[in-house]
Write a protein that binds this ligand. Structure first.
Ligand code: HMG
Length: 394
């Protein structure tokens, strides 16, 4: 492990919405063999939001779980990664900045590159903190992955937010500084600004993901020859739990001669990193970091071990980077809170899901008072007036 620097992830917080849709029930309603979704795709449940939730409330609730008053004073940047924007100009970061009373001299802005953008923010934050070791950067990943009822991507929906605090006190993952990105220009998944939901070429999207992983991995291993034997596990952006495994299996076919032993080891550790995604679904920008939390909770990796992370955002950009698990990294995650959030969720009825859930939320004028469920807690959306969103807390 590097002696010179401990810059990386100090804290990580997860917000999971209170409602889910059961995918076995939904498969039956759609006339699909449930095994296709639970085994072929690898998903059991997907998170769905309530009227009073949006990307701002989810991000604020995730960050509120981890930030102390000291953190709020030390944060110099609030970066909001999303592809579920609620405004083409105003950034959701400034709303979270106010809701959490972060010091007024922190800059706040939103970033976009499909599911990849939180990784751009993380690696920029790493460089920033290296230069400014007293400062902290808060990265918010918050998304509602929706394709619409009866759509090809329906089983790969999800919602939730992850807050990551980057500082020179990496209590969870010390970033190594090793990284290699890759850019393609393709339409595998895209959402023109007039559309409520994205368009997707499912086959092209999975092929592009796999090809970019292979090319990125080969390039990374050539750039950092010492990584060949050191990476103990690989974490993936997981639009659904089978996706990273498909990339690993395809890589073994093509690159097995060089990296077969390593890939077998990554396959061996893979399932631990997918357990939360199986219950929650695609978090878009937060998905890779959900895999990190899952690995921390369910995995058996030891402090000091180096892990690889594969970030992917359609359109398409990928990046492989690595980090070292910190001493006692498991003590820095609230396992009980996460398990409790999962176990106390309520099932959304399929009638409500089909009839109400997909009513337009962003593109059309949505001015309204929000009717609050009794169990709403934390930050919530109170009303939308003249396109302005008003939030409250309870
Ligand atoms: P599909 O047409 O529903 O499924 O599309 P399929 O026909 O490809 O089958 C899926 C798997 O189920 C196959 O296994 C089948 O054999 C198996 P595989 O060949 O993959 O190993 N299967 C069964 N298994 C057991 N029992 C059965 C059975 N029947 C079939 N009875 C697709 C699936 C993921 C393409 C679709 O859901 C989709 O379009 N989703 C949205 C796009 C997506 O998630 N793409 C992933 C890569 S792109 C990405 O990650 C970026 C993204 O997060 C966005 C961003 O960056 O912003 C999406």
């Amino acid at each position: 492990m590097s002696e010179i620097s401990k810059v990386g992830i100090e804290k990580i917080g997860l917000y999971i919405p209170k409602y889910y849709v059961d995918l076995v029930d939904l498969a039956e309603k759609r006339g699909v063999d449930p095994n296709k979704w639970t085994i072929g795709i690898g998903q059991e449940k997907m998170s769905v939001i309530e009227e009073s939730e949006d990307i701002v409330t989810m991000a604020a609730n995730a960050a509120n779980k981890i930030l102390t008053e000291e953190d709020k004073k030390a944060i110099s940047q609030v970066v909001f990664a999303t592809e579920s924007s609620i405004d083409f100009s105003k950034s959701a970061a400034s709303q979270v900045h106010r809701l959490l009373s972060i010091n007024k001299f922190a800059k706040s802005y939103e970033v976009k590159q499909a599911c990849y953008s939180a990784t751009a923010a993380l690696l920029n934050a790493y460089n920033h903190v290296k230069l400014n070791p007293e400062e902290k950067v808060l990265i918010l990943s918050s998304d509602i992955a929706s394709y619409g009822a009866n759509s090809g991507g329906e089983v790969t929906q999800g919602a939730g937010a992850i807050a990551v605090l980057v500082s020179n006190k990496a209590e969870i993952l010390e970033l190594s500084g090793k990284s290699l990105a890759l850019t393609y220009d393709c339409y595998d998944f895209w959402r023109p600004s007039y559309r409520e939901y994205p368009l997707v070429d499912g086959k092209l999207s999975t092929d592009t993901y796999i090809n970019m992983f292979k090319e990125n991995l080969e390039g990374f291993m050539e750039k950092y020859e010492d990584s060949e034997d050191s990476l103990q596990a690989f974490l993936f952006h997981l639009p659904f739990t089978k996706m990273g495994k498909k990339a690993l299996v395809a890589s073994k076919e093509d690159l097995g001669e060089k990296y077969g032993k390593q890939i077998d080891q990554w396959l061996d550790k893979y399932e631990d990193s997918t357990r939360l995604t199986r219950q929650v679904g695609n978090l878009y920008t937060g998905s890779l970091y959900l895999a990190l939390i899952s690995q921390m909770i369910y995995g058996d990796l030891e402090a000091g071990q180096e892990i690889g992370l594969f970030s992917y955002g359609s359109g398409a950009v990928s990046e492989i980077f690595t980090g070292y698990l910190a001493e006692n990294y498991r003590d820095h995650i609230d396992v009980e809170d996460i398990k409790d959030s999962l176990n106390t969720r309520k099932e959304m009825s399929l009638d409500y899901y089909d009839e109400e859930y997909f009513k337009p939320k962003y593109i059309e004028n949505q001015d309204r008072e929000i009717s609050l469920g009794e169990d709403v807690e934390g930050f919530y959306l109170e009303k939308i007036e003249d396109g302005k969103r008003y939030y409250n807390h309870r």
